[in-house]
Design a binder for this molecule. Structure first.
Ligand code: 4NP
Length: 156
């Protein structure tokens, strides 16, 4: 079992988008039983307010025919670090926040999703850019590259 936790700031745009995009990819490849995929945020305020996936994230997932279920924002917990194998973040700010929340990445589980691509970079926050198309294609590139990396490294 490969346990993947996507992490962004608010856990209502990028990380739930990545969660459902990767889920669709593994389902299409018949790898469903091999994976557990979830998402979390570094901030706690959306969890306190019980905020679900942002409507523009739902809109792009619907437009791109990516199945999704409801997901309520939750802040990453220290126990998540033990529980998950890969903690895939969206940007440098997420990495910095995780250092504060979790301490040192002793088991080397924390990556930026686009580090698996040939063009490592941040995934910009669509909450601020308003560009959910760009986010979607970045997420697709990252998830495809992550799956390829798992295969190339004989993890699956
Ligand atoms: P996300 O975007 O990190 O991609 O989920 C954000 C969503 C909400 C907020 C910040 C970022 N917010 O401040 O509420």
């Amino acid at each position: 079992m490969i346990k993947v936790l996507f992490v962004c700031l608010g856990n209502i745009c990028r990380s739930p988008m990545a969660q459902f995009v990767l889920q669709q990819m593994v389902d299409k490849e018949g790898l469903t039983e091999l994976f557990e995929i979830d998402s979390a945020g570094t901030h706690d305020h959306n969890e306190k307010d019980h905020v679900g996936i942002y409507y523009r994230t739902k809109d792009i997932l619907t437009e791109m025919k990516v199945p999704f279920s409801e997901h309520y924002s939750k802040q990453i917990r220290k126990s998540d670090y033990q529980n998950f194998d890969y903690i895939l973040t969206m940007d440098e700010g997420n990495i910095e926040d995780l250092k504060t929340l979790l301490g040192e990445d002793k088991s080397k589980k924390i990556y930026k999703l686009l580090d698996f691509t040939s063009n490592p970079r941040n995934i910009k926050d669509p909450w601020y850019t308003g560009n959910f198309d760009e986010t979607y294609w970045d997420v697709v590139e990252g998830c495809q590259s992550f799956l390829k990396w798992l295969k190339d490294n004989k993890k699956i």
